[in-house]
Design a protein. Structure first.
Length: 146
């Protein structure tokens, strides 16, 4: 089994996180914006590229907040790196999907770590002062990771 690396952006706006909505196999999915790191691509370059592709915005990438893995029974292993990110320019929040990280929709967002991000934000306002946290395997059975 080989591990694949994904990068994700935690973009906060007014106490909520920006998420990306997409449809795969006829089902709507929500995730933190981001995606796969390409061959010979830095994780920062990949995150900037993926956020632009998914949301159409440019971001400044900040600190690594946490890392997790997705390991399931089908010989799949993904490593997810979640970075703080801020928009390069002011944004119209009405054009974005925002989720309360402690609200009912948070459970539907991949990777399933919004509660951890909210807790970190509440306990460590200057996240740069806190080291990144390893979350271990956050795989949720029955949730498509495609």
């Amino acid at each position: 089994m080989s591990a694949r690396v994904k990068v994700r952006a935690a973009i906060w706006m007014g106490g909520k996180l920006v998420v990306h909505r997409s449809r795969r196999r006829g089902t709507e999915h929500m995730s933190l914006p981001g995606g796969w790191v390409g061959r010979r691509e830095s994780v920062i370059d990949a995150l900037v590229r993926e956020v632009h592709e998914e949301l159409g915005i440019a971001v400044h990438v900040g600190d690594l907040l946490c890392a997790a893995e997705i390991v399931n029974s089908s010989s799949r292993q993904d490593v997810e790196l979640v970075f703080a990110a801020t928009p390069s320019e002011p944004l119209d929040a009405s054009e974005l999907t925002l989720i309360d990280p402690l609200g009912p929709q948070a459970a539907d967002v991949l990777p399933p770590i919004l509660g951890e991000l909210a807790k970190r934000r509440q306990t460590t306002p200057g996240a740069a002062e806190s080291p990144p946290r390893w979350l271990g395997n956050v795989y949720k059975a029955g949730v498509s990771r495609s």
